[in-house]
Design a protein around this ligand. Structure first.
Ligand SMILES: C[S@@+](CC[C@H](N)C(=O)[O-])C[C@H]1O[C@@H](n2cnc3c(N)ncnc32)[C@H](O)[C@@H]1O
Length: 371
């Protein structure tokens, strides 16, 4: 016979009161499938699964009635719920990181005796991560011509190109008819006047018909999407050819290969938990993956760009233009920077990484997916 948990045990495990569980039963949200001999509520594995969904949606701020509709939807199975919850939680995490950044900015302004405007104070509530950190982006993020050449080559003879998660448009090919998609208002506002027209939308729901473009591209953005596989499928739907610059997160050797994550910022690994494998990503577009080496003097200041120029990571401008630093939180960031500074001045970094000096380009997991 299937094992059941008592109401008291379930309440204890889930960190809710027995009264809450009784209430869920009374309103029909979670009816335990059995009773003990003494008449107490008893929860099966299936009941517990449903409770997990109810509580996770609750924590995300959904109302009980909305939750009932969600968990009763026959078209959504457990895996679909888990994927949706995961996407929503990641979005919440990024929004929390954006709010911490906005609050830090206001605290700094106040410490200097400055007051932030009502618009600025309220902006944080609607903020996407890039609405909070986007203004720091142009300081160091720009086209790296050697990587651009690879992307443009992969676009083949495409005349119309959709650039998803376009940001400020660093990798938009100048000789094609480009349409950009970018959800962050701040990033859209930072696009140069002559940049391609930009639509406010997200990858999961591209407002274009099937096969509207010769090619769709996405550069350094897929790791921000709540559901990367769904976004890539959308790209495949709207375009005949798909080109994506991303990284191979499944390869754990990558963390060890890059001294910054290996020796200073192990928290980076937490950002990748549950991230689809390279195989999942390439499968989503039915494509292939090619390694992209990062030149030692890479012009685009993304996270790994300064692998042979470690002092760069001590520069606040460099870090603020890379979302990883905001996502790991201020404590991890400060600790990593302090340790790196100490190691650089004591010669320990040079000692540990002396092999790098001879390299002109590094394989740090960057991949070009082409379909
Ligand atoms: C690191 S930037 C890259 C921008 C640009 N592609 C480049 O290479 O410079 C990541 C961009 O992804 C955008 N983004 C975040 N979530 C997104 C989503 N769900 N769909 C599309 N773009 C998204 C961000 O707003 C940001 O502009």
């Amino acid at each position: 016979m299937e094992e059941h948990l008592t109401v008291g045990r379930v309440a204890e495990l889930a960190g809710v009161t027995v009264r809450t569980l009784h209430h869920y039963d009374e309103i029909g949200l979670l009816r335990p499938s059995a009773r003990t001999v003494a008449g107490y509520r008893a929860y099966s594995a299936g009941d517990v699964e449903r409770l997990r969904e109810v509580l996770a949606y609750r924590r995300l701020g959904f109302g009980l009635r909305e939750i009932a509709d969600l968990v009763d939807d026959p078209a959504t199975n457990t895996v679909a719920h888990l994927r949706r919850l995961r996407g929503l939680l990641l979005e919440q995490r990024d929004r929390a990181a954006a709010m911490v950044t906005a609050i830090d900015g206001e605290l700094q302004a106040r410490a200097k005796g400055m007051r932030t405007s009502p618009e600025e104070q309220l902006k944080m509530f609607g903020a996407q991560l890039y609405d909070a950190i986007g203004s720091a982006y142009p300081a160091t993020r720009r086209t790296e011509p050697r990587i651009a050449a690879r992307i443009w080559d992969a676009l083949g003879d495409a005349r119309t190109v959709l650039n998803v998660g376009a940001g400020t448009g660093s990798y938009e090919p100048p000789d094609r008819d480009v349409t950009a998609v970018e959800p962050s208002a701040v990033m859209r506002a930072l696009r140069p006047a002559e940049a391609a027209p930009c639509v406010a939308a997200a990858a999961a729901n591209l407002p274009f018909g099937d096969r509207s473009f010769d090619a769709a591209m996405a550069v350094s953005t897929v790791h921000h999407w709540p559901d990367p596989v769904a976004g890539l499928r959308e790209m495949k739907r709207v375009a005949r050819r798909v080109v994506v610059l991303t990284y191979d997160a499944g390869n754990t050797g990558r963390h060890d290969r890059f001294w910054l994550t290996r020796d200073y910022l192990p928290e980076f690994a937490e950002l990748l938990v549950g991230w689809p494998s390279l195989a999942d990503l390439t499968r989503a577009i039915a494509g292939r993956a090619e390694p992209v080496l990062i030149p030692w003097d890479c012009a685009d200041g993304f996270f790994e760009a300064y692998w042979r120029r470690p002092e760069a990571y001590l520069d606040e401008h460099v870090r603020r233009a890379v979302s990883v630093w905001t996502r790991v939180g201020p404590q991890a960031e400060q600790r990593a920077v302090d340790r790196l500074r100490d190691d650089l001045s004591a010669g320990r970094w040079a000692e540990r990484n002396r092999d790098l000096v001879a390299l002109d380009a590094a394989e740090l997991g960057l991949r070009l997916l082409i379909a």
